[in-house]
Design a protein around this ligand. Structure first.
Ligand code: UDP
Ligand code: MG
Length: 317
């Protein structure tokens, strides 16, 4: 069984070496033939040097190092990693040792023994975040599952192992704004979800801030749903209906009850409310338009500065 470990690395100088050692240790107990595909996503620290060192010194392992010309983001790194992998199976795993290589072995066992599955995805059995964050995330999944045509498993991460067929399907999707969770769900295939225990980050810090997560959530929704575009129609119908009702009330008051209808405050409030709704809807349309615009330029998903390829091919049959 030939396995490619695709490892996106952004500022992971304190982790890549230990990650390598831990993988070698874990896989030594198995007969899995594996390779590393490190993607240096434009790191600003010494990650590039560390990866190069691994590449030149650890000649006993098959190592590929793809170096980006700048930081393109984890999604692009995953794409580049899969593209440069050659195993029959591909595993996406973080470089910070939050995800243990032992779980990859567990995933491989499932793929081997339960051929009905094409993909095994791990989800955090117990979330180690604050309750606000957990609440926010579960709210997001409820919303995206309601809005989009794809079904997302609430806690599933990018930590997964899949067959070459699945890898090829992912590469087929050439969209620029990539939201892997949605892509995995969209391509279909039989996926088994297994719980795993997320570890503490070995060194460095997470690249996710709260605002980045909120932006990511919007990206996810707009990548897999066009329902927000219809919001303007629904709000328009609603306000038009309310306006007609209000108009009738005003006419009745004027004709039958002779009420002098005054409405300076009402008018100001309504103008502001409607202006707000209109701008909000234009903003939504704008964000979709922006994506269409970028996609229409057919820019590459990543730009590689250098690709270090392993000298030898997979050896064991
Ligand atoms: N990563 C990347 N490019 C980025 C941000 C992150 O390749 O722009 C990599 C990072 O090096 C790590 C993985 O993606 O291997 C997950 O990132 P992180 O640990 O920050 O996320 P978390 O585990 O906190 O969700
Ligand atoms: Mg991490």
């Amino acid at each position: 069984m030939k396995l490619s470990l695709v490892v996106p690395c952004y500022n992971e100088e304190g982790n890549v070496e230990l990650f390598y050692e831990e993988c070698v240790k874990a896989f030594a107990k198995t007969d899995i033939d594996y390779e590393f595909v490190f993607v240096n996503d434009g790191s600003r620290d010494k990650t590039a040097e560390k990866l190069k060192k691994l590449y030149t010194e650890k000649t006993e392992s098959r190592i590929t190092v793809v170096s980006f010309s700048r930081n393109f983001g984890k999604e692009s790194a995953i794409y580049a990693g899969i593209k440069n992998s050659s195993g029959d199976y591909v595993s996406l795993i973080d470089a910070d040792l939050q995800q243990r290589p032992e779980v990859v072995i567990e995933m491989m066992n499932i793929l081997e023994n339960e051929p009905e599955y094409d993909c095994v995805a791990a989800y955090q059995g117990v979330r180690k975040e604050g309750s606000v964050m957990t609440g926010f995330k579960s709210g997001f999944y409820k919303l995206i599952n309601k809005l989009s045509e794809v079904e997302l498993h609430a806690d599933a991460s990018d930590f997964r192992t899949f067959s070459r067929t699945v890898a090829d399907a992912i590469l087929e999707i050439g969209e620029y704004h990539r939201f892997s969770k949605g892509i995995f769900s969209w391509i279909g295939f039989n996926t088994k979800y297994i719980p795993y225990e997320v570890q503490e980050r070995n060194s460095g810090e997470t690249k996710w801030s709260f605002t980045k997560l909120v932006r990511y959530a919007f990206e996810g929704i707009s990548a897999f749903s066009t329902k927000p575009l219809k919001l303007a129609t629904y709000l328009g119908m609603l306000t038009a209906f309310a306006a007609i009702v209000y108009l009738i009330v005003v006419i009745v008051q004027r004709i039958w009850f002779n009420v002098a209808v005054s409405g300076y405050a009402t008018i100001v409030a309504l103008i502001l409310l409607l202006g707000g709704i209109q701008l909000f809807c234009i903003g939504i349309i704008g964000s979709y338009l922006a994506k269409t615009y970028i996609q229409s330029k057919h820019r590459p998903i990543f730009v590689a500065k250098e690709i270090l390829k392993p000298k030898e091919k997979f050896n064991k049959a």
